[in-house]
Write a protein that binds this ligand. Structure first.
Ligand code: FAD
Length: 391
């Protein structure tokens, strides 16, 4: 059926997660004809903590006109920072984190992109991507051509593979494991991040409306047995469960290994496909929405002014790249051995460090705002904790 029939659009968007839906809605509103292509029909599951930070909340309002409501979100203001189960920082009135289930959240973003005029091709299988034309051939023979193609197809991006031969560098990729537990299995309603639960990563407990998400994640090569970390962390929170029998799921995330030039010519990468996950907090949803919006704007500008889409994209994405680069520099102060054991002590002694971490998470502060003074202060506090170490 439909064999070899070509259909032309201004813009092809592959993947309708937060990045793809943001690109599609932005471009459709700018008057472009948009094909939004996904291997899944929506709603579909996506493994994720579903932590929507203040930054994400801002971007989802800006791009999708979507504001937190009780149906999709659970607001959480109680926060605990721990290290291998020991509390090192606590805030009863933390900046609000909105907790959501990605199945419903992504379906809402997708629906808003469709309402704006994007034409959906889902669920579909892709048999080829031509990054020169650009075009996408579907497994049923249909060919979709575009003047611009945005690859928003996640960490294992087929568009990135078509451009570079592989989607990510295995030496730098992150990996996370998660389980959704019944709400009553963990009574505590506090959002928790445990910096000792994995190497170059952390564990999390995120309360949701109907479930509690427990997970661990970090740089893959530093955690060859992530499952063991997961079992240990789960045992801290749900000792009554047989951790061996709990079925967790895993997924890759590009934990700070972003592409400095995300695309080529008329092909742009956004979100996880471009490696845009914060290397300290693991936040990816905000950066997916923002880079998707930038990519959609760049496509519109390229078509309007007959210029390479990549030039228009690079002119916008600098802000995100600066944040990723600054976070990477700070990350070593938190996660590298031997500092790793002293960072918790420094946090314990200086509650302002937890507050700053929360303000970063909330999007009230950028890494760039921290500047050299704060880096020095963190380094000094680490030094002081080192000197005070027990004999
Ligand atoms: C365990 C874990 C926990 C996380 N927790 C958080 C958190 O709490 N907060 C946060 O901000 N971030 C979190 N992240 C990161 C966040 O999930 C990602 O950064 C975010 O989903 C990126 O959005 P995206 O649109 O780029 O990609 P995705 O959300 O992965 O969407 C990609 C889309 O492309 C489609 N697709 C993929 N391949 C193809 C193909 N070949 N053909 C057609 N369609 C395709 C998929 O079906 C999907 O719909 C977490 C990640 C993991 C792994």
């Amino acid at each position: 059926m439909n064999s070899r029939v070509a259909k032309s659009f201004d813009l092809l968007v592959l993947g309708s997660g937060p990045a793809g839906s943001a690109a599609a809605i932005t471009a459709a509103r700018a008057g472009l004809s948009v094909a939004l292509i996904d291997k899944s029909a929506f709603p579909r599951d996506k493994l994720c903590g579903g932590g929507i930070t203040g930054r994400s909340t801002r971007y989802m309002a800006e791009t999708f006109d979507l504001r937190p409501d009780a149906h999709l979100f659970l607001p959480s203001t109680r926060f605990r920072l721990t290290f291998s189960g020991r509390t090192i920082g606590e805030e009863a009135q933390a900046p609000v984190l909105q907790m959501t289930m990605r199945r419903e959240f992504d379906a809402e973003l997708h629906a808003r992109a469709v309402d704006a005029g994007a034409q959906v091709f889902a669920p579909v299988k892709i048999s080829a991507i031509d990054t020169d034309t650009p075009s996408i051939t579907l497994a049923d023979g249909r060919i979709l051509t575009g003047r611009v193609l945005i690859g928003a197809d996640g960490a294992n991006s087929a568009v990135a593979r078509a451009l570079y031969g592989r989607a990510f560098d295995p030496a730098k990729i992150g990996f996370g494991l998660e389980v959704e537990l019944d709400r009553e299995l963990i009574e505590d309603n506090t959002t928790e991040i445990d910096l000792g639960a994995a190497q170059w990563g952390y564990g999390w407990v995120f309360p949701k409306n109907d479930t509690i998400t427990v997970g661990v994640g970090g740089v893959h090569v530093k955690n060859p047995d992530m499952k063991a970390h997961f079992r240990d962390y789960l045992a801290l929170h749900a000792p009554h469960l047989d951790a061996e029998k709990v079925k967790c799921k895993g997924a890759f995330l590009p934990f700070g290994a972003y592409r400095k030039v995300p695309g080529r010519g008329s092909v742009l990468l956004a979100g996880d496909a471009a490696g845009l996950v914060d290397p300290i907090t693991g936040e990816g949803i905000a950066w997916a929405m923002k880079s998707g919006q930038y990519a959609g704007q760049a496509a519109a500008e390229a078509l309007q002014h007959d210029k390479p889409a990549m030039d228009a994209y690079m002119a916008r994405i600098g802000y995100i790249h600066r944040e990723m680069a600054a976070a990477r520099r700070i990350r070593a102060l938190i996660y590298a051995t031997p500092v790793r054991n002293y960072f918790p002590r420094a946090v314990e002694r200086h509650p302002s460090m937890t507050r700053r971490y929360l303000r970063l998470l909330a999007g009230e502060l950028d890494y760039a705002d921290l500047g050299h003074k704060v880096l020095w202060r963190i380094a000094r506090r680490l030094g002081a904790s080192l000197l005070r170490r027990p004999a």
